[in-house]
Design a protein around this ligand. Structure first.
Ligand code: PLP
Length: 367
């Protein structure tokens, strides 16, 4: 088995899998299984690395809380960082407020505004709202619950770990206002006396170094589009920064990633740079620990049956992602540890599907 993923804080010590210096197996033995473990140190170092690359800019980072909505994780961020949060639904707004974030620290970007969404948005002052369609501009304008808004654009630039995670590109997507509708969007804002203070773009999730040229191209294009907006104060480049899932994936080179931000949006330009990463901050800071309930050979393949599966970590199934498996030592009980895939906390299904709790072990068995 290849241990490419080992790093300080997640490694084998004397044959035991350790997470932040503590044996995973000893850590979970007093809890019911499955168990989620999180590392504050890893989240903090992910934030620090990112913020170092933004030093010198006027910037603000919003944590995309869909990546993990665990309340103690949110209160940790509130107390230990200057991060705001990115949300995409009224439920997420309430969750962020309950974690102690103020409306001014909440960036709201949603695809479609339902009548009840609008009623809720109307009751909360100070949110940073980004409209991503002409209909959203009309709703906001008619009900007059925000005077200053952002526009989420779609440049048809494909960015993401794979096609499923690319939110724009050749195939039409529901996300953002396409450039052929930009004039109409500006006219609507004028009609409803809305001031466009922010441009926003989020083109996909999980992008790594191979996509950086596309990312730089997006920044350059957005920089030229900014010229049309005299009241612009902020530009949000979304999230999507990826982490390695396989040995072939190299960590995102942040100094390369941030070069165009420094080039096109220096402090002197007077436009605040914003980003809203989720996975990059938390995805490699959590482990899901599952118990092995049976091991059985079928058709010359050794299968390990677990007490949890895609009901707890659905993202790899939805998005064709690799799900890394690490074994603790073999003892009376075996534990399997999966690196925690984001976006699982609010999507628990009630039924455990045995089909997805089985992992072929031909290549990954450690004992
Ligand atoms: C608008 C928006 N911002 C930020 C994110 C966070 O993406 P990631 O977790 O890949 O950084 C998403 C994810 O889908 C998103 O849709």
């Amino acid at each position: 088995m290849n241990d490419w993923w080992q790093r300080e804080g997640l490694n084998y010590e004397a044959g035991k899998l350790c997470f932040e210096g503590q044996s995973v197996q000893e850590n979970v033995q007093f809890y019911d299984q499955p168990a989620f473990l999180y590392s504050r140190a890893r989240i903090q170092s992910n934030i620090n690395r990112l913020e170092t690359s933004l030093e010198g800019l006027s910037y603000k980072v919003f944590y995309a809380l869909k990546a993990n909505r665990f309340l103690p994780l949110l209160t940790f961020l509130r107390d230990n960082s200057s991060l705001g949060v990115d949300v995409c639904s009224p439920g997420e707004i309430f969750h962020a407020l309950s974690a102690g974030f103020s409306p001014q620290d909440i960036s709201y970007t949603a695809t479609a505004l339902s009548p009840s969404d609008i009623n809720i948005l109307e009751g909360i002052n100070g949110l940073r709202i980004n409209a991503d369609s002409l209909s959203a501009i009309k709703h906001i304008g008619k009900r007059r619950f925000a005077r200053n808004i952002g526009l989420r654009l779609n440049l048809s630039a494909s960015l993401g770990y794979n096609e499923k995670l690319s939110y724009s590109g050749k195939k039409a997507s529901k996300f953002g206002i396409y450039l052929d509708n930009l004039e109409a969007a500006i006219a609507l804002c004028k009609q409803y006396d809305l001031s466009i203070r922010r441009l926003h773009i989020h083109s996909g999730c999980g992008y790594l170094n191979a996509s950086l040229n596309t990312f730089h191209g997006i920044i350059e294009k957005m920089s030229s589009i900014c010229g049309q907006f005299s009241e612009l104060q902020e530009i949000n480049f979304g999230g999507g920064l990826g982490i390695p899932f396989e040995e072939k994936d190299k960590p995102l080179n942040l100094s390369n990633w941030s070069t165009s931000l420094h080039r096109y949006f220096p402090k002197e330009r007077g436009i605040q740079v914003q980003i809203e990463p989720g996975s990059y901050l938390v995805q490699d800071a959590g482990l899901l620990v599952l118990q092995v309930v049976e091991v059985e050979v079928k058709s010359e393949t050794c299968f390990v049956y677990l007490n949890g599966g895609f009901n707890l970590a659905p993202e790899p199934v939805f998005y064709n992602l690799v799900c890394n498996q690490y074994f603790t030592i073999l003892s009376v009980i075996l534990y399997l540890v999966l690196n925690l895939m984001a976006r699982c906390s609010n999507k628990l299904l009630s039924v455990i599907s045995m089909k997805h709790t089985i992992f072929g072990l031909k290549e990954t068995c450690r004992y």
